[in-house]
Design a protein around this ligand. Structure first.
Ligand SMILES: *[C@@H]1O[C@H](CO)[C@@H](O)[C@H](O)[C@H]1NC(C)=O
Ligand SMILES: *[C@@H]1O[C@H](CO)[C@@H](O)[C@H](O)[C@H]1NC(C)=O
Length: 401
């Protein structure tokens, strides 16, 4: 009892001390975002303490919190919702009940969560996917790819690709009444990474008959080659997602070895023979001037990691590393970036790279946006920013898909 009270007391102190992260002044509902940020940082801190005390690993603690938020597949008046599998990959499927004269549009959605956490079953993503199915009268699939650190790259990517390839089969499209010319891949954060990588793969694979009509990338994470971009510097202790947490999670995508995050924090993790890749992430060329500001470009240092991790140079893991010929065949792309987001510059650089090779890109920049806003649009936060992002993206999708 005494110990519990002590722990609770400590958590309260922590919570309050995290409440004072300075907020940018243009932010809507700043008190909610302050509370959110304090909760996120308190959870991170507690998880790190538990890890240091060898009670449980950081990601085990955070996963427990995420799992509290999972929902059952509940059908309603308009949509039949089922948990099923594509090949052997768990998916949550949303099928409109109304009879349709024509074949429907479809959206395949990859949830965020740093490759380590989350699910299509999470309240916010279940809400988003149901909303999409309803508003667009579309078939929607939420993909539950395997998670790190139990599974490392390429498991997440391979699950995403396998689920999409299965859905694109003639007999499956017919089964669900989907129009093969009106399919979109969407994702947020690490899910945006998977949507990007899978789209690159599908569009460049001559053996896949039906292609993707468009991709939607919501504050995606697309690279880690350079861990010292202007948005990393501005949001080192950023709202919800800090540089340390981002580095920890993306490291776990590749390995549990602590040497990787250590080297990443110092921007020394890329292998010796990888300098030719820097041009694909050279922010001093690829970022618009408005975001470059007066920051000075310094090249990442090579070879700080004593062994080689092939994933670090693989565009299936870090799709900003794809070369121009791999980007040329990409479909219409919608990219949403948030100003107060560590991952902002990944999205901005992909906009430039795609436009440079003639891919049609629609870019939405949310000036008061924070990372992960969609995840907070449902109970208990009902964050208006999240709803605004949902509405912006869905109305664009409705007009274009
Ligand atoms: C990055 O761009 C700058 C120009 O802004 C250039 O001087 C530098 O050589 C480039 N570095 C790499 C590795 O591409
Ligand atoms: C681009 O990358 C692909 C896949 O790695 C490779 O096959 C191709 O030769 C590369 N093209 C150029 C122009 O470097």
């Amino acid at each position: 009892m005494g110990l519990k009270a002590l722990c609770l007391g400590l958590l309260c102190v922590l919570f309050v001390s995290h409440f004072y992260t300075p907020m940018p002044d243009n932010i809507e509902e700043s008190w909610k975002i302050m509370a959110l940020d304090a909760i996120a940082k308190t959870c991170t801190f507690t998880a790190m303490c538990f890890e240091n005390m060898r009670i449980m690993r950081y990601e085990e603690f955070i996963s427990m919190i995420f799992r509290l938020d999972y929902t059952q597949p509940l059908s309603d008046e308009y949509i039949t919702v089922t948990d099923t599998t594509f090949v052997d990959i768990p998916v949550r499927l949303y099928l409109p009940k109304r009879k349709s004269e024509t074949r429907r549009r479809a959206v395949i959605y990859f949830h965020g969560g740093g490759f380590c956490f989350g699910s299509s079953k999470q309240r916010a993503f279940d809400f988003l996917n149901r909303w999409t199915a309803n508003t667009l009268d579309a078939v929607v699939v939420g993909v539950d790819y395997r998670l790190a650190p139990r599974h490392h790259f390429p498991a997440q990517f391979e699950d995403g690709l396998a689920a999409v390839k299965f859905f694109l089969l003639e007999k499956i499209l017919t089964k669900y009444g989907v129009d093969p010319t009106r399919i979109c891949l969407s994702g947020d954060s690490s899910g945006g990474n998977l949507a990007t990588a899978v789209t690159q793969q599908v569009q460049n694979d001559a053996e896949i008959k039906h292609k993707i009509k468009m991709q939607v990338l919501l504050y995606p994470g697309l690279q880690i080659t350079d861990s010292y971009l202007p948005s990393h510097r501005e949001n080192e202790h950023g709202i919800v997602l800090t540089r340390d947490v981002a580095i920890k999670l993306v490291s776990l995508y590749f390995t549990k070895d602590e040497a990787l995050p250590w080297a990443m924090r110092r921007n020394q993790h890329m292998p010796l023979e990888s300098r030719h890749l820097f041009k694909f992430v050279n922010w001093s060329i690829l970022l618009p001037e408005k975001y470059r500001k007066d920051y000075v470009y310094t090249e990442p240092i090579l070879g700080g990691l004593s062994y080689s991790l092939p994933g670090l140079t693989d565009s299936r893991a870090l799709p900003l590393l794809a070369n121009d010929s791999q980007l040329q065949n990409l479909p219409l792309t919608y990219i949403l970036t948030c100003q107060h987001d560590l991952l902002r510059d990944d999205g901005l650089m992909y906009v430039t790279r795609l436009r440079n090779v003639g891919v049609q890109v629609v870019h939405e920049h949310i000036e008061d946006g924070i990372h992960g806003a969609l995840s907070f649009m449902t109970s208990p936060f009902y964050l208006r920013l999240g709803l605004r992002i949902r509405d912006t993206y869905i109305s664009w999708l409705d007009k274009n898909l």
